[in-house]
Ligand binder design. Sequence first.
Ligand SMILES: [Mn+2]
Length: 304
Amino acid sequence: MEEKNAAAPTAENIAAKNYGGLEEEYSSFKKSKVVVLQVPYDNTTTYIHGTAAGPAAVIDASRYMERFDDELNQETFKIGIHTAEPLAVEKVPSEEMVEKVSAQVSEVLKANKLPVLLGGEHSVSIGAVKACKETYPNLSVLHFDAHNDLKDVYFGSKLNHGCVARRISETCPIVQVGTRSLSKEEKDFIASQANGRVKTMSVYDILETPMWKEAVANSLSENVYISIDLDVFDPSIMPAVGTPEPGGIGWYEVLDLLKDVAKGKKIVGFDVVELCPLKGDVAPDFLAAKLVYRLLGYIFPTKK
Ligand SMILES: [Mn+2]
């Protein structure tokens, strides 16, 4: 049988409503190594709303991507990428959303597949980390974000998107990268931790630490869950977020770190969250779609 080529997207690819616009052969649950979970949750957002539309925008953009990865010289889609139906969480309380996400991630892990979550607001990560920790005891979290998200309670909720890293740190160690906005209380919390469960590589630390990527990779345990709040990127390339912060890190900096981590650690799952699509500017949607694809390529290299 003639092997199918990863040509430019076809009408058939674009018609498929899944991540990558993949045919059944590369997207059935059974044959896929990866399961994309869509969590269109946007209930505790504090500034600009709209992250509920994030997952659909990433899926939309992904169908127009080249399926050949030019950096890795491989056709990553051949590992099989299944896209699950969006989780019905739009109007549920945070506690219920966290439980639903956790249950779905557990299912994916049980099937020995890699869960990839598309947010939605950042609180969707809490349930995912909880599920990963149950399967992988020696887990740590690599957390990309402009914000430290270490508030204990925010707007009356412990599951607010501003509390995500604090909740995760109660489950496992967390290493934060690219942060540049926090409250005095969060700063004091980082300084006061006796157990050192939260390590932070802020943009200021990055500027002063030539070997910052090595330092981050060395802080992680054997099994790693990665959570990427898109506002870690500079707003010049990622304006489509609810709470943009100037002075973010760049595309290649994020990719280089992801590549190093994927080489040295077992990545057990990841999420890309907080995309708040902008009318008339699809570049951020494409960035998010391609970030997912490139990271999958790092996790599943087809060449040694
Ligand atoms: Mn953030």
